[in-house]
Design a protein around this ligand. Structure first.
Ligand SMILES: Nc1ncnc2c1ncn2[C@@H]1O[C@H](COP(=O)(O)OP(=O)(O)O)[C@@H](O)[C@H]1O
Ligand SMILES: [Mg+2]
Length: 390
């Protein structure tokens, strides 16, 4: 499997040191896991429309009854409406928005997982300024919202089993097991490696550990682009922070991370490099996480007291904001105002940033050290300086 970039891409110094500073006994493998092929992902004017009602004959009679005898006609539903953004290697992009705002649909579109024929997907999606190839798909990991794991296997068995199945045959069995062990310790799962996964009937690992096993499952192939759908849902804020910190440490290895998040705490919010706020399939904001509050303040929306930016953004995406300095309730024109502001103030800048062609790694080249600073932190190419220019 050529997509296992680590195999062909040694780290800059070709070594890795364990936490206590000693050289890791599995010298060659950790360096494989630490290296990656940088992927810059750009998505421009992404629209997704589906036909609802009357598209198939299944359940048509029920629909006839519900529609008083008439056959329901096809209606087009727009789930994503002109979504634009980008994320570079070494960055974590968080997609925020209320339930039903289109987060999962966008993530599936970015991962090339939207079924063809079911809906109509338009717009452009570029990986390193080119149409995503099979190689890019092989370097992409996708962590779904619902964990799909065998409840009776232990954490270690799960990862070793998966490693044996997913890694290329160019690696020996011993090496595959070593890869599983490396990922296991990287994701802080050593403590529970011999505990079974479990489910709602069989007691097993905790929710946070289960989420980390799902991420570890994808990390086995050493993806350059990792897409996660609400990885922190159901976790307490400490476990969520720990998990997002792990994702942050992965970006420091040059990985590109896109994650949707339901309700991040302020500590978690600070870990995001860029943020995309969605409301009913439309963008309200795209830019640096640290500049979001300034942007909304400049457009006339600010919280009445210091609060978690993520809570405030979620309120706005739901159309809730302060009214007359007294009450907070849903106001019908909040979303429209914010969408209009985005379209006039931000959208042209976001598109211009996406159109800018950034240098891409040569075809079939591997991890390009020059993308990263000495600490391994990749350069943040996306720098809109939103607040200053609003
Ligand atoms: N294939 C589909 N057909 C009809 N409606 C869909 C389809 N996929 C998603 N939707 C609708 O699109 C909206 C966005 O869904 P989703 O992306 O799952 O939102 P989120 O992940 O933000 O909760 C929801 O209202 C959902 O019901
Ligand atoms: Mg979802």
């Amino acid at each position: 499997m050529p997509g296992f970039g680590g195999l062909e891409a040694p780290n800059e110094d070709g070594t890795r040191h364990s936490k206590d500073g000693s050289r890791d006994s599995r010298d060659h493998l950790p360096s494989l896991m630490a290296s990656c092929y940088p992927i810059t992902l750009k998505f421009m004017d992404v629209c997704y429309k589906v036909k609802v009602q009357g598209t198939n004959t299944q359940g048509i009679s029920i629909k006839r009854v519900l529609n008083h005898g008439s056959t329901p006609s096809d209606q087009e539903k727009t789930i994503l409406n002109n979504i634009t953004g980008m994320v570079s290697p070494g960055e974590m992009l968080a997609i925020l928005g209320p339930s039903g705002s289109g987060k999962s649909t966008l993530l599936n579109a970015l991962a090339g997982r939207l079924q063809h024929g079911h809906g109509n997907l338009s717009g452009s999606l570029l990986a390193n300024n080119r149409k995503p190839t099979k190689q890019i798909a092989k370097r992409t990991g996708f962590v779904t919202q619902d964990d799909v794991l065998y409840p009776h296997l232990t954490v270690r068995e799960t990862l070793v089993f998966c490693s044996l199945l997913r890694l290329p045959n160019t690696l020996s069995t011993k090496d595959k097991i070593s890869v599983a062990e490396t990922v296991l310790s990287e994701l802080g799962l050593s403590k529970c490696e011999n505990t079974i996964i479990g489910n709602s009937f069989i007691r097993g690992i905790s929710g946070g550990e289960r989420k980390r096993v799902s991420i570890a499952h994808e990390m086995l192939i050493n993806p350059s682009l990792l897409i996660l759908d609400e990885p922190t849902s159901g976790l307490d804020s400490t476990a969520a922070h720990r998990l997002v910190s792990i994702l942050g440490s992965l970006t420091q290895k040059g990985k590109t991370i896109v994650t949707s998040m339901h309700q991040p705490s302020s500590r978690v919010y600070q870990l995001f490099d860029s943020v995309l706020v969605l409301s009913e399939g439309r963008s309200l904001y795209f830019g640096k996480g640290s500049e979001a509050m300034g942007y909304f303040e400049a457009t006339g929306f600010s919280p009445s007291f210091p609060m978690n930016p993520a809570d405030f953004l979620l309120d706005l995406a739901n159309g809730v904001c302060k009214l007359d300095g007294v009450s907070e309730r849903e106001r019908p024109n909040v979303k429209q105002t914010l969408i209009a502001s985005y379209n006039t103030l931000l959208a042209p800048k976001v598109k211009a940033a996406c159109m800018e062609t950034t240098p891409v790694p040569a075809k079939d080249s591997h991890f390009v050290g020059s993308h990263c600073s000495e600490e391994g932190r990749c350069s943040n190419r996306f720098d809109l300086h939103l607040v200053l220019s609003v």
